[in-house]
Design a protein around this ligand. Structure first.
Ligand code: HEM
Length: 356
């Protein structure tokens, strides 16, 4: 059995696009309006911004627990390319295999329930059949028997699922990142972080430690219950629609930050939003962390007047340490100047929805 994709079905829905080279990634007009814009007010500072991860408004990125959108097939092809070049982007310590099966079950059940036209899961005891029509996969395997899959369960299912994922083992009163796959990350590395605990892997983040954000977040997460997932936003800025902004490939993408000009700003600069969700897993008691990345260029975002005003104010007023950590301090003034042309000074309503 192999995991070679045979896409083609539903090609009228899934875009044929790239996140490298000629960068043909775009959002269709309806997708711009369902973009998970992360700012619910005109300023931004780190906070323990967690809420229950329950299905939300129809037609938004929150409608389903796992959002599958028009970029799905292209993202999975990009992930396979990254892994072919660097297999260490996916790692799972030996004691995390059971948590990998937990995640596989969760993802297959959830996708088959919410997108039955694309995904099917048939079960006869431990004999399972998984059909993933957009990627052209039809596999039968034995649940909990690794030898019946082409990869370990964690890698097998996350090669078919948008978003980076990490699995945290809980022991000694903290969480340990003991498995992970990252091919669409904002400049952090599974290879570097694997085996670290919650405070260790968060060490590079400025200001938040002093605000007590990580102490409170960890306390909250240790109480996470199976069946009651939570979500939060994170965001940064990326020049060009690059999914893979890893430390390992920094020499390739880092210099792109110097190519920004007032003329190409709307086309090149992207708001990169991570819709993060956290799940307690039933057999292993591990916590799964899904970091789902959404990209929208400035030209797309300013078509929504409320977001145009708000993005300008957030970028203009953000603490310089946050802008430096997020990698856009050198371009911040140019970004503010460009965005100011789309801000008429009118008040904005609370919340992140485009219309409310
Ligand atoms: C187990 C779940 C989590 C994992 C695996 C995780 C992982 C990470 C990683 C790898 C980074 C990048 C650090 C670097 O620069 O190398 C990061 C950044 C960050 N994390 Fe977490 N995190 C988790 C949960 C949380 C929670 C619950 C919060 C809530 C406060 C949080 C807040 C942050 C913040 C504020 C940043 C900085 C992001 C930025 O400004 O771009 N994390 N996290």
């Amino acid at each position: 059995m192999s995991l070679d994709f045979k896409p083609g079905e539903f090609s009228d829905f899934f875009r044929d696009e790239t996140f490298r080279g000629d960068f043909t990634y775009r959002n269709s007009p309806h997708l711009i309006r369902r973009f998970p814009f992360p700012f619910d007010r005109d300023d931004y500072m780190y906070a323990v911004n967690m809420e229950p991860h329950v299905p939300g408004r129809k037609g938004t990125a929150f409608e389903h627990i796992l959002d599958v959108d028009e970029h799905y097939v292209a993202e999975m092809i990009d992930r396979a390319q990254v892994l072919a070049e660097d297999p260490l982007r996916c790692q799972s310590l030996p004691h995390m295999t059971l948590a990998g099966w937990d995640v596989l079950e969760f993802i297959m059940e959830t996708k088959a329930r919410d997108y039955p036209h694309w995904f099917t899961l048939e079960r006869d005891g431990h004999r399972w059949r998984w059909i993933n029509r957009p990627l052209g996969i039809d596999h039968s395997f034995t649940f909990l028997d690794e030898s019946t899959l082409p990869y370990g369960p964690f890698e097998y299912i996350t090669r078919q699922t948008q978003g980076d994922w990490t699995l945290q083992d809980e022991r000694d009163g903290t969480l340990w990142m003991d498995a992970g796959i990252a091919t669409s990350q904002a400049d952090w590395s599974v290879d570097f972080d694997v085996g670290m605990n919650f405070h260790e892997w968060h060490a590079p983040v400025p200001i938040a430690h002093d605000l007590g954000v990580f102490d409170r977040a960890l306390k909250f997460l240790l109480k996470l219950q199976h069946g009651a997932p939570v979500r939060r936003f994170n965001w940064t800025m990326t020049v060009n629609p690059l999914l893979d902004t890893a430390p390992e490939t920094y020499p390739r993408w880092g210099p792109m930050r110097t190519t920004l000009t007032p003329e190409n700003m709307g086309e090149l600069m992207h708001l990169r939003v991570e819709l993060q969700s956290l799940y307690r897993l039933p057999r292993s008691n591990a916590i799964a962390f899904d970091i789902r990345c959404y990209l929208a260029r400035f030209d797309e975002l300013v078509t929504v007047p409320k977001w145009a005003r708000r993005l300008h104010r957030v970028v203009r007023d953000i603490h310089p340490d946050l802008a430096a950590y997020k990698g856009f301090l050198r371009n911040r003034d140019m970004m503010t100047e460009w965005l100011s042309r789309h801000d008429d000074g009118a008040p904005t309503s609370p919340g992140w929805w485009p219309e409310d």
